[in-house]
Design a protein around this ligand. Sequence first.
Ligand code: ADP
Length: 493
Amino acid sequence: MSALAFDMNTPTGFAARLIADPLPAGWTGATFPVFNPATGGHLADVADMGPTEATAAVATATGALPGWAGRTAKDRAAAMMAWHDLIIRNRDELARLLTLEMGKPLAEALGEVMHGASYIAWFAEEAKRLNGEIIPSPDPRRRMLVLRQPVGVVAAITPWNFPSAMIMRKVAPALAAGCPVVIKPAEDTPLSAIALLRLATEAGLPDGVLSLVTCQRAPDVARVLTEHRGVRKLSFTGSTAVGKLLMAQCAGTVKKISLELGGNAPFIVCEDADLDAAVAGAMLAKFRNAGQTCISANRFLVHEAVMAAFTEKLMARIAGLQAGDGLAGGTTLGPIINARGLDNVDSLVQAAVAEGASLLTGGHRLDRDGTFYAPTVLTGVTPAMEIFRAEIFGPVVTLCSFSNISEAIALANDTDYGLAAYAYTRDMNRMWLLSEALEFGMVALNDGTVGSEAAPFGGMKESGIGREGSRHGIDDYVELKYVGMGGINQSAA
Ligand code: ADP
């Protein structure tokens, strides 16, 4: 931890330069409080904006569109890299802020800031490769061209579990393509967003290219962003339930949409797996961010021949987890974001026990300040249980056994979600079978993570639409325009 002295319970005591005053200049309207989930302490008061401010932000973005889209790609890339470099320079401060408002251990917060920034660098490069096409024409008198143009003003609605990276991951491809963005961060974690936008201003990104609408009641602001004719694209990361609602709201203006929604990731351990590697991967896939990620392993499907050995090794690692304030050295498990989240986790666990699952450890909130849940392991989980269907979003392992690979695949695919899947095996044939048969947008083989700016992140089925990252990520912010040039008569030349 940094030697900097700061009081985590006062707004001026932390990240002082970036967020000494979190209110926009001249703000006299209502505010809402932001709390530290590890301590319950009050961190700051933030502007509680509404439809008026959202409408104004869309107007500002619309005004900024021609100038930003009209710059050369090289110019846009340079402006993005100036922002990127400032983020890197301020990474420790951004990470501390993130831990304070969200609770994740500081090392994870720093990892998140660096991961988010990697999207800015990646898409700054991609901006320069937004090539069009010339299609060989079947008609000698016509030439056929394809232009790739910015979709227009983008609205980005982001979640609290990655308050920093989710903003960068959406804003980076949008800016690269030439689109201004109006950002609505989650109400639990607006401080990272405020800090990132201040750095964008400091880096010289033109006025109006990025705007922020912080608010406590998301639906009012979201309605403006989804129904406004001036917004041409919505990019949302959050729950499937809210994603469906926003998708319906976007129908009225036929907006383009990218949705990165919930998951119900299977984590398959075959009988030939390297169990130590599988347990290491399981710890990452389950306990990173206290299980509060859309790609968290949600269902552990373990071959019956290795169930006992896997469980024993996993239990030993879980016993070593250290719950606490993310700023304290040694903390490996942060809190659940808020009391509602804690209740959701606990009620899923209690329902599973009532339905016949057995608790090996945990199954209760931790008796300390903040909203912590004990690392929990449930055995005997079956597809009939709610916990097999629901996104747990907490540090809860559910164990379910299988006897052959076909059964494992059927169990894994028995969900309406389709985001990430994990599988451990040393058998090449099984690797291919799993890669091709699993109905998930991302399959991690012998690995506990999938996120990379160089890879397409996104889901199938009710886990979403569109991809973030990789060369494909910019496509979601681009319109293809066909230009047909007729009347060409080369013999007249
Ligand atoms: P989570 O389960 O991760 O909290 P949510 O879908 O509730 O996911 O939240 C993700 C984002 O969606 C946040 O910015 C939140 O403010 C916003 N949000 C939540 N409910 C609504 C709603 N009814 N309409 C529009 N936006 C919403």
